[in-house]
Design a protein around this ligand. Structure first.
Ligand code: HEC
Length: 299
């Protein structure tokens, strides 16, 4: 019986030792060298500061004050060399993905907001000089035009957004840029899958959910859009594809809501409603009559 507590003590010891000896945090090479395409401005830094206060301060404390929360391994103070020696891309990766007690923020904050936080974190490093991502070009020359195209695969399980730069008769795939895919709904657009980066062939591959409702024939209007508008302005494309579940959606102007028109109201509801109105008014009239009698008696 004595073995059990001993076992747990040993287990605890092993976990603490394992956690304390943190293995270096590996960052994939392409993410490590990733740079922001937008220059960090005061506006970025201010937005980043607000985001830091709400999302990060509880663990990482006030930068420079070392008032961090006690965790193993500890969340580094943003002003500390440990954090500042990361490349911009490495910070972006670590904040997006998280590890252990450090939460993943890729589903909480969009890429631009993570860059805003990095812009703020860099204000605590006086040696920092921002390096900007180079705008993709055609051998140094700007593209005439940048285009996105949407293609569905045979089985409708993947939707590909193809990003190409065009210069004269030449066409070149553009890699490493984030694309978002939306389905057009009555009110606003619904994001389909998470934002994806274009690969070496300029393709961003999205998983197509099977249960996305379409119109009566299963058609869905899709919009693909480059997340970053600083590079080439707004690059987007819209295309209708038969990839949804055929759904009968009556037009919005059809009186389909249960009680939105009198002729659809159930009789019992009309009667109850009218009766209550009559009762309330009847009561008010009776009270008024009584008041008149009282005032008459007073005279
Ligand atoms: C729940 C507590 C917690 C929150 C909230 C949190 N972090 Fe962390 N963070 C940690 C811990 C713990 C580590 C150390 C993880 C490790 O090394 O395994 C860490 C590590 C990091 C690192 C890596 C440091 C390095 O040098 O490797 C960065 C960058 C970072 N956090 C930024 C942020 C930002 C930005 C936010 C807010 C958007 C945030 N963290 C929110 C706990 C937190």
């Amino acid at each position: 019986m004595i073995l059990k507590p001993i076992f747990f003590v040993v287990l605890n010891f092993v976990t603490v030792v394992l956690l304390a000896q943190t293995t270096p945090w590996e960052v994939p090479a392409d993410r490590n060298s990733k740079l922001s395409t937008a220059e960090f401005t005061d506006q970025n830094r201010n937005t980043g500061k607000d985001l830091y206060q709400t999302n990060c301060k509880s663990c990482h404390g006030d930068p420079g004050k070392n008032n961090i929360i006690k965790l193993v391994p500890p969340p580094p103070d943003p002003a500390a060399i440990q954090l500042q020696q990361n490349t911009d891309g490495s910070l972006h990766y670590k904040i997006s993905e998280g590890r252990g007690a450090m939460p993943s923020f890729k589903n909480v904050l969009n890429s631009a907001d993570i860059w805003n936080i990095i812009a703020f974190l860099r204000t605590f490093n006086k040696d920092y000089r921002q390096q900007l991502a180079v705008k993709p070009t055609f051998g140094g020359e700007l593209f005439d035009k940048v285009e996105l195209k949407l293609i569905a695969d045979q089985s409708n399980t993947t939707i590909t957004a193809q990003l190409t730069g065009i210069k004269g008769a030449l066409v070149k795939p553009i890699s490493g840029l984030e694309v978002k895919l939306f389905a057009v709904r009555y009110f606003g657009n619904l994001i389909v899958d998470k934002p994806m980066d274009t690969n070496i062939e300029g393709k961003a591959l999205f998983a197509c959910p099977k249960n996305l409702p379409g119109d009566a024939s299963g058609n869905i209007s899709l919009i693909a859009q480059l997340s970053n508008e600083d590079l080439f302005g707004l690059v987007k494309t819209e295309s209708t594809m038969t990839i949804g579940l055929p759904t009968d959606r009556p037009p919005l102007n059809e009186p389909r809501a249960l009680w939105n028109v009198v002729r659809k109201t159930p009789i019992w509801l009309l009667v109850t409603y009218l009766a209550s109105v009559l009762i309330v008014w009847g009561f008010i009239v009776v009270v008024l009559l009584k008041l008149r009698t009282i005032s008459k008696l007073g005279e």
